[in-house]
Design a protein. Sequence first.
Lengths: 372, 1021
Amino acid sequence: MAYGTRAGRIGRGARALTALAAACLLGLSGCGGEEASPTPDPGAAQSRPGEVQVEAVEFHHQLDGYRPRKKRYNFYFTYKVVHPWWDAVALGMEDAARQYEALGVTVDYEYLAPVEASAQDQIRRLEEAAGREFDVIGVDVADVDAVTPAINALIDQGLRVMTFSSSDASREDGCRRIAYVGNTHNYEDGAALTQALCEKLGGRGKVAILVGTQGAPCHEDRARGAQDVIARYPDMEVVEIAYDEDRADRAYELTQGFLARHDGLAGIVCCNMSNPVGAARAVAEAGREESVVIVGMDHDQEALGYLRDGVIYALGVQDCYSIGFNTIQVAVKIADGLLPGEEYPEMTEESTTIVYQDGAAAMLRALYGEID
Amino acid sequence: MDASQQNGINEKQKKLTAAFALWGGVIITVILLLTTVWVLGGARTGTNQAVARVSEFYLEELAGRRARVVSEQLRSNVADMENAMSVLEASDLVSQDALRQFLGKMKRLYGVEKFALVDENGIVYAQHSTTSGLSRYPFLAGELTEPVLAMSNLYGANKQIIQAIPVEGVYFRGVKMTACFIQVNISRMLDELNLESGDNETYCNIYYRNGESLTNDSYGYLTAGKNILAALEGAVMESGSSYERLLSDFAAGNGGQISFRYQDVREDLCYRPVEGTDWMLTILIRDNVISEQIGSISTGMMRRSVIQIAVTALSMLGVFLGLIWQSRRSDKLLLDQEKADGARIRAAYAQIEREQSAMEMIHAAMGSGQWSMEFDGNANMVSCTWSDVFRNMLGYEGEEDFPNELESWSELLHEEDRERVLRAFWGAVKDYSGGTAYDVEYRLLTKHAGWRWFHSAGRLSRREDGSPISFEGLFLDVDDAKRMAAQLEEQKIDLQDALAAAQHANRAKTTFLNNMSHDIRTPMNAIIGFTSLAAAHIDNTEQVQDYLAKITTSSNHLLSLINDVLDMSRIESGKMKIEEKETSLPEIMHDLKTIVQSDIAARQLEFYIDTADVVNEHVLCDKLRLNQVLLNLLSNAMKFTMPGGIVSVRVLQKGAAAEGWASYEFQVKDTGIGMSQEFLAHVFDPFERERSSTVSGIQGTGLGMAITKNIVDMMDGTISVVSEEGKGTAFTVSLRLRTCSGPVRQEEIPQLKGLRALVADDDFNTCSSVTKMLATVGMRPDWTTSGKEAVLRTKLAWEQGDEYAAFIIDWLMPDMNGIEVVRRVRTIIGEEKPIIILTAYDWSDIEEEARDAGVTAFCSKPIFLSELRELLESPFAPQAEEAEEKEAASFQGKKILLVEDNELNQEIAVEILQGAGFVVEVADDGGTAVERMRAAEPGQYDLILMDIQMPIMDGYQATRLIRALDDPKAAGIPIIAMTANAFDEDRRAALEAGMDGHIAKPIDVPKLLELLENILYSRQG
């Protein structure tokens, strides 16, 4: 699939650069050089408008050649909330399951989430799944602090637990999950998008930050990355941070509030998929798309439309399809009793591509066909 | 006008004709070219228009049909889901696995991407997954009350049709199921409707009425998934088409067709609404596809037409030139032909006349009469003509005698031939196909010569419809030839029979000679060989004795072979006769036993011989032949049974026979090597042997069984055999013989009535038959096959005070021999009661021991009722006279006149006789013998041994002359024939000539001495 886009890609290895970026940030603030042009985080923002053409999402996967030891697997996956982003992950899972079936290996799974994000609901689902003899339980962590003990409890019962898609609970967090497949660079994503916004604004102006679920690691990390980048610009200010609980309508309302409360609002950083949709709707409705620069995450069709129309400045598109595909591959290996090592890494990183207006139409076609 | 002028005119005329043909051909060619171009041009235009119209109709039809297919598919999908829900059972909902199995089955059954159920919480249950579906499937947002058709544009530009139906009354784990849906890949569905072939593509797609594409597939030059209405906004419409009409048709859901130019390509778009949806099915075809095809076809046609015309013109030119040349040549040939035909016709007429004349002469010479008939169109005879020759052949003079009518001839036909001949005649006439020929032979009654054979044949001429016109034929007298042929046939059959008989006889002779050559040479070889060896080792007495023993064996075998051959020869020539005389069956059986006894012992065989139910012991039969039969069978049984085996003989009297007759069965069984089933079929054929003597080590002539069978046949009996290889053989001879005395006395013996008797014999048959006999005489018999048991029974009977009054005990019993049994029984019963030892063996060796043990008497098996009765009635005393050894007869001083012409035989006979004590004189001819007797002193000779075949006077003549001597003593001298003429008739002839006995050569010394003793001493006695 070839399409014209100016995009930057944040992917494998980016997390390794996170520490370096943080160090740079610390160094800058330590130097107090307000006038100095802040150096973009090399891991978080690797592209600029008009720079490169890449494939944001890889739809043509092949199984990696590993030969499963069983003929049938049964997995349980739970994620944060019912949302199209995870439907994209589900398509990758379906593809992998289909390819295993062609090899004579049956992969059954449950892939469930609450309608509203809730760490307690997730803990309840994990406890319930523990009694149902699944080969592997996968969780997209809704809240690291709340869910980690539940994961460890399952591990203590001898169950095999992995994390996947958007949010991990790592060993540093005290979690003893076996592996993680998904976005390992949420902080960098937030930082890179915000860097683009700052540059668009010339390093000055008021910025509001929309976040998804409170406590959700991915959202919080992106918000943190955004704040850290803005902090490097002395003429910039975070005027407000708000959580939409992964609902676009909520994001819309929150944005209306930002616009009402901050006449000089110059930008909005959106940290999840629903944020940019709601923000763009409100900004366009207010007729302030020329004065308010929006950057955000993910591949929502409406958001991509706003990107094409210039209402949104940039979107970080994650490769959800690969996340789903690789999650199933790693789950099969975990079910076969393999620990991270040669067959799979402890963390399987998936890429994020920053797409600008000139790449929006191609991205739309790639993800949703021709949209008029 | 002279000839040259005429030739000039002709030449000019010919040139004009050629020029006319040439120019005519050119003009026709040009016309053809012009008209072809004109026709093809018009055809191309017309074809283009027609194709355009047809394309239009075709596209409309194509689009309409596909729209209906899609519509039907959508309806069918809903029906499929409803069907699936109707077959969903409680068992499919008991577990997640069961539900997944059901959903998988439905998915495979209906061939969809996904077949799923949705519960009230928006959870989607599919074959391999259970997922949250609210965000993925927008149709789940509201309550589903009727079937829904939706499209899902999945991440990855993967558009899918979703069809869902509401579900009621289905619960899974207590949660209500609200919907069932299927997911169909619309691109895959449309792939089946597309027509693509290289660059000539026809595209099919489906759009919403707002122009939005249901697929993300490419559509001609349109961008994949692009809104068609938006795309065609900039297209250049052809006349008769407008963009506005397209918009209005789409908005209203009307079908239509437009032509336009898009990216400089002329295209036709046909669209039809899909019933039951807000979809429009469209078919796009590029116009150049059709026009290029038609242009290519038209150009090709034009090119081919021009080539065709050129070829036609050249061909016409060739034909014209050929015709002119042929015409000139034909004129000349025609004239020549006419001349030749005239000559041929004249010659043919002359030939016909000659042939007719010749035929008339031939008929007259051959005596073949012609006849002819004529028929109308319905095959009715209208005239019949018999020639005079024909009439004369039958003895008639003219038409008055033999009118020209069919009946004149048909009434003279022989009754046996009439129907056949008339059927052949009318069959030929009425077979319109002409395939039936008339060619028959028959007998006719002639006027003076009676019935004679004639041969008649004829041919028909026919009309076009096959009906006969005339029938012409000939009639030949073949009587002489016919009779000659019949005679020849009879002679031929006779000759064939004679030839067959001669060939058979020749074959038989050859076979016989071959067999005999082999069978005689074998022992002869031994005799000659061992004789040579004996001569070579004459000083070694022991070795010579061994050789002589072998020579004797071979000689005996050779003799038996010759006897058998002679018997067989006499049987086949019908010379062997059955002479019935009063015969004692016990005697036959005892003789038989006596004869074989030594062989039985030598071969270490077990031997059983017994009787059953024999009440007529004296019969009229040929004892000699019956003996021969039984001996043959018994000899074979012994020959083919290995040491330790069993040979048994049994005689049974069978049920009721006619008065004065009795039926017997003689069974000879063995446990020998048996015979194969293949050989059994030929066992009674001459010269048949199961194995060669070299293989089995058993010698035989192969004639014994054939002779046996023939003798039995001559005795009006039957012989049968049952055999199994390795198990043994059983021969059964059934004979019906006339009785010559009444049955053996059956009444009880008063002094034995009610007394007990014990029979002990390991042979059950003997026990059975003796027990019956004992019961017949009034005793109460018990029997046992065990010697030990016999002792026990004796003891028990003694203890019970019901002792046995008589004992009949077998000598050889496996568990305890008879002598020991007697010894023990005697210790119980004392010395008073009679104990008889019954045995098939020679008891002389053990007689003394047996009598010491307490045996009262010996009885030889088989025992007959008369013998048992005699035994039980007589006092049980040793038969001293029987025990006495007969003194050997002395021939010392007895004088024999040996009449023998052969010097060698003289020498042998003299040696034998002198060895026995005789004084021998030799006469070498019958005449000499007569003279000797005539001149002899009284008592000079005690006996004459007379050869039969002698050169001057044979033995018969000599005997008759001796018997006719005046001296009564000389005339009454015993004369014994000693001859190689060994047959019964020879024996009879000897007796008839006045001789007293007959002994066959080669001389069996014991037999000779026995005969001499009988004759010399019986006369003395």
